[in-house]
Ligand binder design. Structure first.
Ligand SMILES: *Cc1c(COP(=O)(O)O)cnc(C)c1O
Length: 364
């Protein structure tokens, strides 16, 4: 049984949950990087959360897809940017449940990671559409929902970007209880600080709520890596209270959540020029993690988050503290045949992400 259900047994009977992830994910000391920074540093390896596709989206999908299955939906329509890890994870884990995935996407700066994820979504049967603006995307969502209702004879599930619904956020409430078990088993000391990326916020909010419920003293440091319209303390508070209410609906949890705002640090200043635009600090952090610990990160989320941690270490703010870096990126290698899929099978709107975009034969 997952740690959350062990603590709240009433939830086990009523809360939808599918065991998709390989849990617990390891927690390890980062000996060399910690020594280089002069701090006691650990990592939570959610990059290993699944052999099919690791990273932080699996834990959310355990709850989101269980609910989709319970409702009997035939299609999930979800949202993101062209290189969305959430889109990949949804396609990977929904397909075996016979749920069709449609990803409605906004453009993002081109990188190798973007191209790889587009091919991964394609290989896992996702239907992809790109829109030049948010307004067009909303119109596209309405059209797709109508279309799929006719095809499936029932409405699709509209899943918000990143899977950060209150139900999805339970994945990270559970993760905090999982961490507590690992602390109790002596696998790592109780962290003073947990550094984590703040994107659609489900990960950070789930950990804050989970640490509070689990009685951990650990303070979450949420590093903003998306635009403030998507990630800000106000939205954090809203998701926090909605998630607490969802838990309460399954199990009557008595807890004082009013002091939420004091329970985490909000970090600005590492976002850089825009979403998906790599920063110097982020690139240095990715390089250090690869060189010293052989763990791959990327420049959009985890690089910027580790850059904040390294900045704080270098400025003496982490002296004497036990610090946990929560790795949210997938480290499972992409199968060779997928890495070499022909991008011409993607809709034409995505061809410019691939170098020689003029080589595809015109679609008849
Ligand atoms: C989605 C994602 C995040 C952000 O997590 P949220 O729960 O959306 O805040 C962080 N890192 C990686 C690699 C991601 O794909």
């Amino acid at each position: 049984m997952i740690p959350l259900f062990e603590v709240y047994p009433q939830m086990a009977a009523t809360c939808p949950h599918l065991p998709l992830a390989e849990l617990p994910t390891p927690v390890q000391r980062l000996q060399r990087l910690g020594a280089a920074l002069g701090i006691d540093l650990f990592i939570k390896r959610d990059d290993l959360a699944s052999v099919y596709y690791g990273g932080n989206k699996v834990r959310k999908l355990e709850f989101v897809l269980a609910e989709a299955q319970r409702r009997g939906v035939g299609t999930i329509i979800t949202f993101g940017r062209a290189g969305t890890n959430h889109g990949v994870a949804t396609a990977v884990f929904a397909a075996p449940l016979n749920i069709h995935t449609i990803c409605l996407l906004l453009p993002q700066p081109n990188t190798a990671a973007v191209r790889q994820n587009l091919l991964l979504m394609l290989a896992h049967g996702a239907e992809l559409h790109q829109f030049p603006s948010k307004r067009r995307l909303v119109a596209g969502a309405v059209w797709q929902a109508v279309k799929r209702t006719a095809v499936d004879r029932r409405p699709p599930l509209l899943l918000e970007a990143g899977g950060s619904t209150p139900l999805g956020t339970l994945g990270y409430v559970n993760a905090a209880f999982e961490l507590r078990q690992q602390i109790e088993a002596g696998e790592c000391p109780e962290p003073d600080l947990i550094y984590v990326a703040a994107g659609t916020l489900g990960t950070a909010v789930g950990l804050i709520l989970g640490c509070q419920l689990a009685g951990l003293k650990s303070r979450v440091v949420a590093v903003r890596v998306v635009e403030t319209e998507y990630a800000n303390p106000h939205l954090m508070a809203r998701l926090f209270h909605k998630t607490a209410m969802v838990i309460h609906s399954f199990a009557p949890v008595i807890h004082n959540f009013h002091r939420f705002e004091e329970k985490f640090d909000w970090r600005e200043g590492f976002f850089g020029a825009g979403y998906g635009v790599y920063t110097q600090g982020g690139e240095t952090a990715v390089g250090q993690m690869q060189e010293l610990e052989a763990i791959p990160l990327e420049g959009t989320y985890t690089g910027k988050t580790l850059a904040a941690l390294m900045f704080d270490a270098e400025n003496g703010r982490l002296a004497g503290k036990t610090v946990l870096f929560w790795n949210t990126y997938n480290s499972r290698p992409v199968p060779h045949h997928i890495a070499h899929t022909n991008y011409c099978q993607l809709p034409a709107a995505f061809h410019p992400y691939f170098a020689s975009s003029t080589t595809c034969a015109a679609k008849s």
